[in-house]
Write a protein that binds this ligand. Sequence first.
Ligand code: NAD
Ligand code: 13P
Length: 356
Amino acid sequence: LKKHKVACIGSGAWACAAVRIVAYNTLHNDPRDEFAKEVTMWVHEEEVNGRKLSEIINETHENVKYLPGVKLGDNVVATPDLLEAVSGADIIMVCVPHQFVHGICKQLQGHVSQDAIAVSLTKGMRVRPEGPQLISEMVRNYLRIDCSVLMGANIAQDIASEQLSEATIGYTILANAEVLKRVFETHYFYVTMVPDVAAAEMCGTLKNIVALSAGFVDGLAYGPNTKAAIMREGLQEMRQFCKALYPTVRDETFFESCGVADLIATCYGGRNRKVAEAYVKALMTDHPKTFDELEAELLHGQKLQGVLTSNEVQEVLRKRGWQDDYPLFTTTNRIVNGRLPPHAITAYRDCGIDGF
Ligand code: NAD
Ligand code: 13P
């Protein structure tokens, strides 16, 4: 019987932490003997210390730039060639920052086995003139294969150090989700399944906006009551937005790891929070910095998703005349774009008032 071969598109921090789990499972946690041992990982090639990153990964089994100090497994093979990465693969993980997925899908079109299944770990959405599109929808449309999502409270470094974590697979086809659960679940990483791709993926996307709001609160040195108030309103607007765009989403999904748990983890320990806090602190000095500057300075090549997502979601809100119905999202977007000062975050209820 042909064994499932896993390929990962992407090699950033989360991609590497997730591949490390998969590589462990294919070698040591495969009671049905259903997975090929080798896992392929596509690397967006770049030079690190004068050498190609893909070569460094293959030699040291470590992504020294995006997840330093963590061995991925000897059975992970890195390649800078996208088509080579998916060749022979029938389980395709997509884990690149969301702004790059469309370009990658176009390159992959027609080159992926029609027996394959995909799973997106990417948190973000695409806004087209005709409306927003989930990343899973884009993958499904371009590659013509089923695409589930794996979302959750999944700070990459914590999972790389094998701290107990949970994740949620949002699926359309249960049999595919069951295979994916066996690919990802391991002794420190528990995976549940929900038949609700849209809510799982939208939660993962929208909480990045709320993490910026939480970072503003931290930058202003307000305490836990304020942060909790902002997170509560954020969760409320996340659910409202999901239901407005995808009326079939289920309330229960918001209580899974992909919902409230990811919101909490990201608002306390994520990169969006960290950079938003730094933005506020820099504004208080004689040397204010832009989000782009802070992303480069603090994340060393890792990518911030919240600022782009805030602008993308705001475009949807503006086009549909919904801005006043989402006061936290709208206020956060105005702070991100310098149209309101950070302290406006605590007055988000007044976002529609002229001259605020
Ligand atoms: P990352 O932010 O650590 O790294 C950025 C990656 O983008 C690098 O691999 C870089 O090579 C790549 N890149 C840069 N320019 C590119 C281009 N033009 N085309 C393609 N790739 C390019 O990456 P990550 O943490 O793996 O994030 C991927 C997705 O996973 C994001 O949507 C993120 O929200 C999500 N996610 C991240 C975490 C986390 O803790 N890091 C956790 C859960 C989900
Ligand atoms: P950040 O991109 O803000 O680090 O969030 C990571 C994440 O999605 C954790 O689940």
